[in-house]
Design a protein around this ligand. Structure first.
Ligand code: HEM
Length: 198
């Protein structure tokens, strides 16, 4: 089955490279005051800000492309029974896969994602990504931020949300890559993301 059209693969590659650049430069900025020096502060700022703006553009492209092509349909889900389906998939990932059981929700026409992939992609792409992008853009214009939000300095509040969402995205990246190795063979999902075919 051909399930990853060219635009998804190009978007995904660009997105992954930008996120990796952002995580590395973000860590460098976070620890800029300590002995932990990954790269000069100025380079981190330039690469981080440029990658962030490019990520914003690629994210808008992803939203529009999902809206105007059939790929968006894979993200729709019925809330009825979702928890049961997600638990079934979680049991497979934590137990069944090691016992060589058949996956409970194999890829088929009209179903590219299993329930856990669907929930995690929805959470990451429609909650974490907008949050990290909006707070990142907000920090490019510190003068426009309110002085105080919930009793703390406005910029600190926005920064906190930015760092928490960035951290969650880094955790997602590690879990995502691990889960992608649990396909038919450890490399089959990666091959699919390169050639489009499952
Ligand atoms: C080196 C980094 C990454 C690798 C190797 C990787 C690998 C993969 C692979 C093999 C797939 C296809 C299997 C599947 O659908 O689960 C996939 C799909 C996907 N990945 Fe990643 N990924 C990476 C980074 C990311 C990042 C940073 C994000 C989001 C912040 C992301 C979001 C997605 C989404 C949304 C899909 C489904 C796309 C669609 O078909 O609509 N990935 N990834």
């Amino acid at each position: 089955m051909y399930i990853y059209p060219v635009w998804v693969r190009i978007w995904h590659l660009v997105n992954a490279l930008l996120i990796i650049a952002l995580v590395v430069t973000g860590l460098s900025l976070q620890y800029s005051g300590s002995d932990f020096i990954l790269m000069p502060f100025k380079s981190s700022v330039t690469i981080h800000n440029t990658s962030g703006l490019l990520l914003c553009a690629s994210f808008i492209y992803y939203l529009l492309a999902n809206h105007f092509t059939s790929n968006g349909q894979y993200y729709h889900f019925k809330s009825k029974g979702m928890i049961g389906r997600a638990l079934k998939q979680a049991r497979y990932y934590s137990y069944g896969v090691f016992k060589k059981e058949e996956p409970p929700f194999p890829v088929k026409v009209g179903r590219k994602f299993n329930p856990l992939q669907k929930l995690s992609y929805l959470f990451v792409m429609y909650l974490l990504m907008p949050a990290v992008i909006i707070t990142g853009i907000a920090m490019l214009f510190p003068d426009l931020l309110p002085d105080r939000i919930f009793g703390i300095l406005g910029i600190h509040f926005i920064d906190l949300i930015h760092i928490i969402t960035g951290f969650c995205l880094s955790v997602f990246l590690v879990v995502h890559i691990y889960i992608c190795t649990l396909g038919n063979t450890p490399s089959s999902n990666f091959k699919s993301m390169i050639n489009g075919w499952h």
